[in-house]
Design a protein around this ligand. Structure first.
Ligand SMILES: [Zn+2]
Ligand SMILES: [Zn+2]
Length: 454
């Protein structure tokens, strides 16, 4: 209702708002004399609407909107997206650098802990290294607060039969189910379907079902056991379903009612707490191993943002960064807060392999209930696309999750040279899609495009 009211007021030539504070969809409001758009934390991937359509990036849409109105755009961030920084260096955007830290707070000390080595020596306490536990203990003794960051919600990413190795999977999607202990449920994080936790293994009858890996819920459980006197809160999608729950978690932490805050990337987002002296990054590898060409860029941004929560004006913060790959250059770049080196490394690699920002990507997705139908359709479409784009067409491939909500998925990647006309490419894609759907076999095929995927 509030949105409709703002929309209608904006339509009036007199009486529209002077300033609108909005989420990504506010770029579609009607405007009159638009003068300035500020996109804060421009690197955030949540600016991209992924599903459902329209698939748009609100930052890029804002830049387009501003050019229509002759307005200015200000992109703000401490960890620019490589695309935006590239545009700034290329002279397409202006670049303003703030070298002084907010309130003059010093950058935290970041210590790398090699958890592969510690696991080999059997020195890990669940997901915690001795260094991390010592740092948490010391902070609590000094009445300071702690943030623990783990980019996985739920209790355990999967459960497994100890005898035969059976793993419960979603019946609609090609993924293993996440165990949520509080709800005593198995949940599919792709379609949202929930299942009862089986008492015994349906494959071999064994009752020895064990959980593997660590989600935020399990970390919370373990931390409560290790520090029974500490007040612990968890901030992730599951604990912040309502706006009031989200606000209460933050207010309690700000007021010092909570000592340890455990969370997913939600804890990295623009929150400034005054009494946090220790931040623990439990597993950098989850982020680094994500199958996407932007994985290292994203990991750098997330770790830099979450590390920035540690420290106060009068005391330097401490970040314990746990990883199995301490020798990766990007880990070193996080430790030295060397954005420029990260940018140099990543762009050198992307230039070599012809990745954005040196070209544009279009992902073509095909979905169908039958695997053989989607395979045939994807092969046919890819062959047609190759007649137009040659070796700039990659695939078709099965994405990491090859089936979601009963539909099998194939993905084709098109690499476009930067000087290619977007309009021509779009018209061409639509014409081959029409041709494809004319085939009786492919009638109920779902085809959609993700242009400039993030
Ligand atoms: Zn079994
Ligand atoms: Zn599912």
């Amino acid at each position: 209702a509030e949105r409709v009211e703002i929309w209608q007021k904006q339509l009036r030539p007199e009486g529209h708002y002077d300033i609108i504070l909005g989420v990504r969809s506010s770029v579609f409001l009607p405007f009159h004399n638009l003068g300035l758009i500020i996109v804060d934390e421009e690197h955030e991937t949540t600016y991209k609407q992924q599903d459902p359509a329209p698939r748009y990036h609100a930052r890029d849409t804002a830049i387009m909107l501003a050019s229509i109105y002759g307005a200015k755009v200000l992109l703000g961030t401490a960890t620019p997206s490589i695309d935006s920084y590239h545009n700034a260096l290329a002279g397409k955007y202006g670049l303003v650098t703030l070298n002084e830290r907010y309130k003059d707070i010093r950058l935290p000390e970041i210590r790398i802990v090699d958890i592969k080595e510690l696991a080999r020596k059997k020195m890990m306490n669940g997901p915690f290294s001795p260094e991390l536990l010592a740092a948490v203990r010391q902070a609590l003794e000094c009445h300071e607060q702690v943030i623990l960051f783990q980019n996985r919600r739920g209790f355990a990413p999967m459960i497994e039969c100890k005898v035969c190795g059976w793993v419960p999977k979603c019946k609609n999607c090609d993924v293993s189910l996440t165990y949520h202990k509080g709800l005593n449920q198995l949940t599919c994080h792709y379609c949202g379907y929930t299942y009862a936790v089986p008492r015994s293994c349906p494959a071999c009858g064994s009752v020895e079902l064990v959980n593997r890996g660590f989600g935020t819920e399990k970390i919370e459980d373990n931390i409560r056991e290790i520090f029974p006197d500490a007040k612990v809160a968890r901030m992730d999608l599951d604990t912040t379903r309502s706006r009031s729950a989200y606000e209460r978690i933050i207010a309690d932490f700000e007021a010092g009612k909570t000592h340890i805050l455990i969370g997913t990337q939600m804890v990295s987002k623009g929150l400034d707490f005054d009494h946090v002296s220790v931040v623990g990054i439990l597993n950098a590898d989850n982020m680094l191993n994500y199958p996407d060409f932007r994985a290292h860029e994203r990991a750098f941004q997330l770790m830099a943002q979450v590390a920035g929560r540690a420290g106060r004006r009068d005391k330097r913060g401490l970040v314990i960064l746990q990883t199995k790959s301490p020798d990766l250059p990007v880990i070193h770049q996080v430790v030295t807060n060397d954005y420029k080196q990260m940018y140099e490394d990543q762009t050198a690699e992307r230039k070599l392999f012809h990745y954005p920002p040196f070209c544009r990507f279009i992902y073509v997705y095909l979905k169908h209930r039958k695997e053989d139908v989607v395979t045939q359709a994807a092969d046919t479409l890819a062959a047609w696309l190759r007649t137009a784009f040659g070796d700039k067409v990659l695939g078709p491939d099965k994405p990491p999750v090859g089936r979601i909500q009963m539909l099998f998925i194939k993905k084709i990647v098109i690499k476009l040279d930067l000087n290619m006309s977007g309009t021509k490419v779009r018209d061409y894609l639509l014409s081959v899609q029409r041709q494809l759907i004319e085939d009786e076999r492919f009638r109920s095929l779902v085809v959609y495009y993700d242009v400039d995927p993030t």
